[in-house]
Design a protein around this ligand. Structure first.
Ligand SMILES: *Cc1c(COP(=O)(O)O)cnc(C)c1O
Length: 318
């Protein structure tokens, strides 16, 4: 398990490669939710998501170990983050993406000078390919969440929130594979355990919810939620024990609720966030946090959306 010191160390390691993102406030959402609502703006992070934090910590460690080639299996934010940081550190990265990945994602990876390798349509095909390429070229495979350096990097968000909003009561965090929330849980619970942490999953990608209920890692079948960053089939071997130890509550939101929240944030707060981020706002807007008159920080984990799809994902009105 990682600890608080791993996160302090990560913060030092990655400081030069990322932004300390602002905490935003919304009066309108505070009124709707019955709590003081704040937002940790990782959609304004370099590469458009928090994934750069873990990727920078891990790839830096890899370079310290003398490795000059990394791979990742991702069509999304993790792939972009690994390509970006490898380029910054002057090493090569190959990102294995699905054959049907959209142009905007491919272009983002290319713009960070990452090599693209196409393979299959599922992560079950991409992951072995990325591992194989790493071995073939004496490189290192960079996992998306189940790794101590990745988890510690994501945890730096927790340190920033404690400094930016000292009297925070509750932090709301999206859950995919659990790298983000396990890092934040470690940062917060080992320093200010009274701060509550609530996780959010899409109702159709409820693998962590089921795993907590069954008290063991439980896999679900492939899912189609609009929150594409949260479509993992099971929590990680390293992330799950931390979630199990520290998490205060986990709530589920529907795709409809996610769309409404995403449109609300765009129209009223003028912030463009992706559906995987909007789950935290959806939980708050629909009274799922079960709290009143508290200071709440929703983590807005990323803002990478293909604007050509925006019309269809944000047709909902509040
Ligand atoms: C990856 C990702 C998540 C989920 O993070 P995990 O560490 O897999 O739990 C949430 N939101 C966005 C935007 C992401 O890219």
């Amino acid at each position: 398990m990682i600890n608080y010191h791993d996160i302090l160390q990560a913060r030092e390691n990655i400081a030069n490669f990322m932004n300390e993102t602002p905490v935003l406030h919304s009066s309108k959402l505070s009124e709707i939710c019955g709590n003081e609502m704040y937002f940790k703006a990782e959609h304004l992070q370099k590469t458009g998501s928090f994934k750069i934090r873990g990727a920078a910590n891990k790839v830096k460690k890899t370079v310290r170990d003398g490795v000059t080639f990394v791979t990742a299996a991702s069509s999304g934010n993790h792939g972009q983050a690994v390509a970006y940081i490898a380029n910054q550190l002057g090493i090569q990265a190959t990102i294995v993406i699905p054959v049907d990945a959209n142009e905007s994602k491919k272009n983002a990876i290319k713009s960070y000078r990452g090599n693209i390798e196409k393979c299959g349509t599922t992560s079950a095909e991409r992951l072995p390919k990325a591992r194989e390429l790493a071995i073939e070229h004496n490189g290192t495979f960079i996992p998306p969440y189940d790794d101590p350096f990745i988890m510690a990097g994501q945890g730096t968000i927790g340190l920033e929130i404690l400094e930016q909003l000292e009297d925070v009561d509750i932090i709301v965090v999206p859950i995919g594979g659990g790298g983000l929330i396990s890092g934040i849980l470690t940062a917060i619970k080992q320093t200010k355990p009274k701060v509550k942490i609530i996780g959010v999953e899409p109702a159709t990608a409820n693998d962590t919810f089921l795993s907590l209920k069954n008290k063991k890692i439980t896999a679900i079948r492939a899912t189609t939620t609009i929150a594409d960053g949260l479509r993992t089939s099971q929590p990680g071997d390293m992330t799950f024990p931390i979630v199990q130890k520290y998490l205060d509550d986990l709530v589920l939101v529907s795709d409809e609720e996610i769309k409404v929240a995403q449109s609300f944030v765009l129209e009223r707060m003028k912030q463009l966030i992706e559906p995987s981020s909007a789950v935290t706002v959806a939980a708050a807007m629909n009274g799922k946090l079960g709290i009143k008159d508290k200071k709440v920080v929703c983590v807005l984990s990323g803002g990478n959306v293909d604007i050509r799809n925006l019309g269809s994902t944000t047709i909902q009105r509040v």
